[in-house]
Ligand binder design. Structure first.
Ligand code: CO
Length: 269
């Protein structure tokens, strides 16, 4: 592979929150360390995020734009790594763009492989659960709960990964909940369960790559429907922590291992 120009394309939903995007830079440093010969490039799957950033003068590329750019620049080995949490809507959007690209460049012998999102097997689910518990950044008393906010996707089969993760988490620690904004497990159930448990304090954390808009507003914000407001109305004191899963070393390593696998597959082709 050394004689060919290789690139790693890291694909994220994206974020308009600049502080959150700093986690991408930190991740890039680790990728660079593991794959020093590779060029690293980023693509955002969210067109809304790309539009908002463009209006601020920060140009981000879509998956197809990035792939076209890499092809124009003569890259023959491309490894794509998704930093999505599940193989949901955004991941499949990425796969579609990759298919279009492949079809268009069929004669150019570009070798392209794709690394899976975070929760792609039962093993991933178990490793993620352990990483979340082990990597929790604060001192926590035995009667303090931990509530994670995943994104979720009501209309997608991969939404089930959150329920699987919730069940593994429960097995390790009775006071840890995994909820979602747009799928299952649903937040109302978590409020009920948390109340029954007798906890009067809960740490809130995003279960998304970065602590972006959902974490800041829907989780930790002060509006009436935010998770913090609803829990506090139910007598549970909240301590939101704005750090995404890219800030958790164990979770990061799962993504890096998926990338490693895609890299090896690429070499073999
Ligand atoms: Co959303």
């Amino acid at each position: 592979m050394a004689h060919e120009k290789g690139a790693i394309l890291i694909v994220v939903f994206g974020t308009t929150v600049s502080r959150a995007a700093e986690a991408f830079d930190r991740f890039e440093i680790e990728v660079k360390k593991r794959f020093p010969d590779m060029i690293i490039h980023w693509a955002y799957t969210s067109s809304i995020v790309r539009k908002k950033l463009a209006a601020r003068g920060e140009k981000k590329e879509s998956v197809i734009e990035s792939l076209e750019m890499l092809a124009r620049n003569g890259f023959k080995r491309i490894i794509i790594q998704s930093l999505h949490t599940i193989a949901g809507v955004e991941y499949h959007k990425m796969r579609r763009e990759i298919s279009i690209f492949k079809h268009k460049h069929i004669s150019q012998d570009i070798v392209l492989t794709v690394g899976s999102p975070l929760l792609s097997s039962y093993e991933d689910v178990e490793c993620t659960a352990k990483a979340l518990i082990a990597g929790f950044p604060q001192k926590r008393k035995s009667d303090e709960a931990l509530i994670y906010m995943g994104h979720g996707s009501k209309n997608h089969a991969s939404d089930l990964a959150y329920t699987a993760l919730a069940s593994v988490l429960k097995r390790i620690d009775n006071l840890v909940w995994m909820g979602t904004v747009e799928g299952y497990p649903a937040f109302d159930e978590i409020v009920k369960e948390c109340k029954i448990s007798g906890c009067n304090t809960a740490f809130l954390l995003p279960f998304m790559a970065v602590a972006g808009d959902h974490a800041i507003n829907d989780m930790a914000g002060n509006k009436e429907k935010s998770w913090k407001s609803v829990l506090e109305k139910n007598g549970i004191r909240c301590r939101p922590l704005l750090a995404g899963t890219l800030d958790n070393v164990g979770v990061r390593n799962i993504w890096l291992n998926h990338l490693e696998k895609a890299y090896r597959n690429n070499e073999r082709k």
